[in-house]
Design a protein around this ligand. Structure first.
Ligand code: AVJ
Length: 317
């Protein structure tokens, strides 16, 4: 078997294990990373343009409004490393204000997406050195080595993607990722903030049903990849703010008692039983500072006028 096929086979194998493990639990759950096949990524792009979904446009507005200042935290000669670079759209806001960085390192799991985006970036920024890394940034990965001892790494982690981790997982992640950084390095991170519950809940229950389609797409992805037989019509999208945990939870609620076969295992799902598909944690500025403080000090926080979202510069301790 060639190495690409082997990789595909390995990732299908680990998907199978993770999916089965989640479905065996008393509260059934599925890892939210499996929303993002090609269709899921397209649906997420549509979510970011919904009027109800405030995070993306608020983060973009904060970055645009404060851009010269944000860019000052990235010293000339830094290497900018973006975790989960996707379309690199937000990065362009940064790159337009940076003239002297040593390199841009987009880290992205989808090889196809990465190659495509790097191609257009090279056209638009002919003087920028781009060193793409195709990797799952939640697992250890290699960054291109730096020759110059005065060069710092600055991580870019927008979109409040950190909210998908439980706080203890987020801390493990911060610890791992901080090892990439030398003292003097840092991270520009987007963090969604706690606010009126209605605003948060509406953002995950849009009128057009795009978030519902996005949520159900995880079942479609599993059907295709693991030879499962979820009937998408038998599940209802549910999203709510769990006050005690400080997170939006997304679930798929079974509308009747049914069986599903996944990779040669069958599961009984009761009427009204749910499959937990995503957590999206929201933080106060104080809570977030506590979360990062073993590894980072919060040097600067930029917010919108309603304090709905924040962009922060964290300095490695
Ligand atoms: C990409 C994880 C930041 O949690 O708001 C959007 C994903 N889920 N609508 C989020 C998502 C439902 C999004 N993140």
């Amino acid at each position: 078997m060639n190495s690409l096929n082997r990789q595909v086979e390995e990732s299908r194998q680990s998907m199978r294990e993770e999916v089965l493990e989640g479905l065996r639990r008393p509260q059934k759950s599925l890892p939210s990373k499996y929303f993002y096949d090609e269709r899921g990524s397209r649906l997420f792009e549509q979510i970011t343009r919904l009027k109800e979904y405030y995070p993306t446009r608020t983060e973009k507005a904060i970055m645009q409004q404060h851009m010269p200042e944000i860019a000052e935290y990235i010293a000339g000669d830094s290497v900018l490393v973006e975790l989960g670079s996707g379309s690199s759209k937000k990065t362009r806001l940064l790159l337009d204000h940076l003239t002297n960085i040593a390199a841009y390192v987009p880290v992205e799991i989808s090889e196809k997406y990465l190659a495509e985006v790097v191609g257009t970036l090279k056209q638009d920024y002919p003087n920028l050195l781009i060193k793409p890394v195709c990797a799952d940034y939640t697992k250890p990965f290699q960054v291109p080595p730096i020759q110059n001892p005065h060069t710092y790494y600055v991580l870019f982690y927008p979109g409040s993607t950190i909210g998908n981790f439980r706080p203890c997982q987020a801390q493990q992640f911060l610890e791992t990722i901080s090892r990439i950084l030398n003292p003097g390095g840092g991270m520009i991170i987007g963090v969604d903030l706690k606010k009126d519950k209605k605003i948060m809940e509406v953002a995950y229950n849009d009128k057009k049903g795009i978030t519902a389609a996005f949520n159900k797409n995880i079942l479609r992805h599993i059907n295709r990849e693991l030879d499962a037989n979820f009937d998408l019509d038998n599940y209802r999208h549910k999203a709510f703010f769990n006050e005690k945990e400080g997170r939006i939870e997304m679930h798929l609620v079974s509308e009747k008692e049914q069986e599903v076969a996944v990779a040669s295992e069958t599961f009984l799902i009761e009427e009204g039983e749910s499959i937990h598909t995503e957590n999206s944690y929201k933080y106060t500025l104080e809570e977030f500072e506590k979360l990062v403080h073993p590894w980072f000090s919060v040097q600067k926080v930029w917010t919108d006028k309603n304090d709905h979202f924040s962009v922060q510069y964290l300095q490695k301790k």
